[in-house]
Design a protein around this ligand. Structure first.
Ligand code: ATP
Ligand code: MG
Length: 458
């Protein structure tokens, strides 16, 4: 790793020298400057990671140097060195964006610690900034493929929602139609993007746990509540809370959510105080909420609150013109992920993809393409690499000796041996990638690992 560079600015030789010697011992590179002019010149030429800057300098003083440095690069931390009598100036420097200040006469150990903290802090900030940018690139509307008119309308509406500050959204659509993807795009293209996107699946937890996950709890609210804990509503403050599978939320929690949507406040479990947060709610469901209302498992008033702007994602079979663009998009992605070089999809395979009715929607299409990339011996997705269910009526009885087909021998066999053999083959095909091997076998990764343990393959 490159050593970090510190620019030390002080008119006294002895101070420059002792700071530089000490910081070099800590593994930093040091550059020094005696005057404000020289400091600015070196700042430009050397691009330091941190500046230690004396306030009192001959010529242009420390404050002005600070201001000019901030004009060149506001991100580089500047630590001021001040005499104890210069408290006002130190405060002024902080207002102008100095990172911190150290009083003279200073303790070298203190400077060394502060310098390290300043550099670590800046590095963390840069990392966060980088990750945020990447999130936006990864989850923006550009990543949503959909040329059909229905999707164009959905995307246009979602873009408008992203621009609005806190409008609640209800995303409906069958499993795999892109609800998660759309929720993320709305968040990362809104001015909430620098705050958290907090997804939670309402089916994943029992009611009481979900309640404390969402609203937090006070110490002693229940037996295990040893400490006060913030819930997702608080953690998502300024950001977006994505309530997935809202159709499965229990009525008790539905009322609490309704209350939040009405006055934007809630109480922690066991708490008395009303807490106010600024959170956008995006809810999603693949259940038909109107039926759920008739069955009295979903509150009608909550439904109306949530569906301020309802968006329904069309199933893939109703947007045939998107099938091939999506397939190519996924193929590009897997080419990159697996360092493969697939050139495309054969015409016959394209026809089958277009004919199939895609009950699992876009997720299923993505899985089909992934499977083809793993299994296909050629650099084109052809008929051979498509699963039988897509080939539909072309299915014919398996012939003995054909690869990939199991035929029961006259003498019978041990089914455990067969299972073990198939697992070994799936792992070989996928370079021991358990997630992908599991997918080839139609198992979850946990189920695969369970069997690997059983057959001593772990
Ligand atoms: N329009 C699209 N363009 C590109 N990729 C998409 C699109 N829609 C969905 N996908 C991809 O398909 C997969 C399934 O999408 P997603 O998880 O958003 O579906 P969902 O509606 O939330 O499903 P579920 O109801 O099962 O939670 C994801 O990998 C997602 O990235
Ligand atoms: Mg989802």
């Amino acid at each position: 790793m490159a050593k970090e560079k510190i620019l030390i600015v002080d008119d006294e030789y002895l101070i420059r020298w002792s700071l530089a010697e000490n910081l070099k011992e800590d593994g930093f590179r040091c550059v020094t400057a005696e005057t404000g002019e020289e400091a600015l010149e070196k700042f430009r030429a050397e691009s330091p990671d941190l500046v230690l800057l004396d306030i009192k300098l001959p010529g242009i003083d420390g404050i002005e140097v600070l201001e000019r440095i901030k004009e060149v690069d506001p991100e580089v931390p500047v630590m001021m060195i001040t005499a104890t009598s210069q408290v006002d100036v130190a405060v002024q420097a902080m207002k102008l964006g100095a990172y911190d200040y150290i009083n003279k006469p200073f303790d070298l150990a203190e400077i060394r610690i502060k310098a390290r903290h300043a550099l670590e802090n800046t590095k963390l900030k840069e990392e966060v900034e980088f990750l945020r940018k990447r999130q936006v690139e990864r989850y923006g509307f550009d990543k949503i493929i959909g040329d059909c008119p229905q999707m164009q309308e959905v995307i246009a509406m979602a873009r408008r929602i992203a621009l609005s500050a806190s409008t609640t959204v209800l995303l409906q659509g069958d499993s795999g139609t892109g609800k998660d993807l759309l929720a993320q795009a709305i968040h990362y293209e809104s001015n909430r993007k620098d705050r958290p996107f907090m997804p939670i699946n309402c089916t994943a937890l029992p009611e009481e746990l979900l309640e404390s996950e969402l609203f937090g709890h006070e110490k002693g609210a229940f037996t295990d509540a040893k400490k006060t804990k913030k819930g997702l509503f608080e953690l998502a403050d300024g950001g977006t809370l994505f309530l997935d599978e809202i159709g499965d939320m229990k009525p008790g929690l539905q009322s609490k959510l309704l209350r939040f949507l009405e006055d934007r406040t809630f109480k922690r479990v066991g708490g008395k105080e009303d807490i106010e947060v600024d959170v956008r709610i995006i809810a999603a469901t693949n259940r038909d909420l109107e039926t759920a209302i008739e069955e009295r498992s979903f509150r009608e008033d909550l439904y109306y609150r949530l569906s301020v702007i309802p968006i329904t994602l069309p199933p893939l079979r109703q947007r045939a013109e998107d099938i091939l663009p999506l397939a190519r998009y996924f193929l590009d992605g897997f080419n990159r992920e697996f360092s493969a070089a697939f050139t495309g999809i054969s015409v016959a395979a394209q026809q089958l993809l277009l004919k199939y009715d895609w009950p699992g929607n876009i997720r299923e299409l993505r899985n089909v393409i992934e499977r083809a990339v793993i299994l296909s011996p050629e650099n084109e997705v052809g008929l051979d690499s498509l699963p039988w269910k897509i080939k539909g009526e072309q299915k014919r009885p398996p012939r003995a000796g054909e690869p990939g087909v199991v035929v029961l021998p006259e003498s019978g066999l041990d089914i455990d041996d067969v299972e073990k053999e198939l697992i070994v083959q799936a792992l070989e095909k996928t370079d021991q990638n358990q997630t992908r091997a599991a997918r080839l076998l139609g198992l979850t990764r946990d189920a695969l690992r369970y069997r690997m343990k059983k057959y001593d393959l772990l």
